[in-house]
Design a protein around this ligand. Structure first.
Ligand SMILES: Cc1cc2nc3c(=O)[nH]c(=O)nc-3n(C[C@H](O)[C@H](O)[C@H](O)COP(=O)(O)OP(=O)(O)OC[C@H]3O[C@@H](n4cnc5c(N)ncnc54)[C@H](O)[C@@H]3O)c2cc1C
Length: 302
């Protein structure tokens, strides 16, 4: 066990700054590694102390409890960068690269595949874990493989092919395994006109920002769609738009969004999620399942 804590390690850091809902209590320990070596050293530090370890990206799919999180929380948003090969369509991106940045960059290189990703305010790592998708596209369709680190293992990263990630609607096996995604490789379609791909990408962003509450803190869609139904349509049909608990509100613009109107706590948001779920269950018999990841709450079988 090394005598010195790894660089950048901080105790008691409030996590609200690191989530798009702007809620969440303190991480017992927190760091934003600047490179892969720092990440490995921090993961080792946590393992040597038997501390729980969690990685977050842009925090755009997280509800973190007001009581905070035990152990070490690593935010990888500083691990940015990507290499785009316009000839072959092979794209390598660091885990913390914002997925909208990547979508713009590959469009400029004339690569088709990520036009749908421009409005998703997450990272490349988070997109792989969540199988993020929108407007008919999703991560699983274009991902070749991920480079991961097993923090309980040797410290050597290994590559997992997309075919072995058990991808499904907003699901991958990475949600159940304690693996840290370091980078992702996409295989996109080369040979397209950059102006046309860029125009499609911009049109996708425009159609989202005009139908969803992008100006207020949120986590995007709260519930998975109970196919063939749409969660938003069910919530709206029950007249729940505008329902509030504390500072949390079912968005008047899009019923599957819960927004923080300014002073919401994680408990407010959690209570509103439960209220909506209960009303939908009572009226339709359908049990909605949250798409957002709830961290620091007691397990409830989702
Ligand atoms: C306005 C808005 C619109 C949205 N629209 C969409 C949409 O259209 N489609 C959609 O799919 N989602 C949408 N989302 C949700 C969210 O952006 C996606 O789920 C996104 O992929 C999450 O990425 P993230 O980096 O924020 O991950 P986080 O929220 O930080 O983490 C999500 C999960 O991934 C894990 N994780 C993150 N990074 C790593 C890593 N490097 N290694 C291991 N585990 C990791 C975390 O532990 C957590 O379990 C939206 C959110 C907002 C706020």
């Amino acid at each position: 066990m090394g005598p010195n804590p790894p660089p950048g390690l901080r105790p008691g850091v409030p996590l609200q700054e690191f989530t798009t809902w702007r809620v969440g209590g303190p991480a017992e320990w927190f760091a934003e590694p600047a490179d892969g070596d720092q990440l490995v050293a921090l993961a080792r530090w946590a393992r040597e102390r038997d501390l729980p370890l969690r990685v977050i990206g842009a925090g755009s799919n997280l509800l973190i409890a007001d009581g905070g999180l035990p152990g070490l929380t690593l935010c990888v948003r500083r691990l940015q960068g990507s290499r785009v090969d316009g000839e072959s369509g092979v794209v390598e991106a660091e885990a913390g690269e914002p997925i909208p940045t990547l979508a713009r960059k590959v469009a400029r290189a004339g690569l088709h595949g990520l036009e749908w990703a421009v409005g998703i305010p997450g990272t490349v790592g988070g997109a792989a874990v969540m199988n993020a998708g929108a407007q008919g596209g999703c991560t699983a369709e274009w991902l070749d493989s991920v480079l991961v680190l097993d923090p309980s293992g040797s410290g050597e990263p290994h590559r997992i092919r997309a075919a072995n990630l058990d991808f499904d609607y907003r699901h991958s096996r990475l949600q159940h395994e304690p693996l840290l995604v370091l980078s992702a490789r996409f295989l996109l379609e080369p040979g397209h006109e950059p102006a046309a791909v860029t125009a499609r990408t911009s049109a996708n962003l425009h159609s989202r920002t005009s139908t969803q509450p992008y100006q207020q803190p949120s986590c995007g869609s709260v519930f998975r769609n109970p196919e063939p139904e749409k969660a938003g349509r069910l919530v709206e049909s029950l007249g729940l738009k505008g329902t509030r608990i504390g500072g949390a509100e079912v968005s008047p613009l899009h019923a599957n969004f819960i927004v923080n109107t300014g002073d919401a706590t994680a408990a407010d948001i959690d209570a509103l999620i439960n209220l909506v779920r209960q009303r939908v269950r009572e009226s339709t018999g359908i049990d909605l399942h949250p798409e957002v990841k709830r961290l620091g709450f007691p397990p409830d079988g989702d």
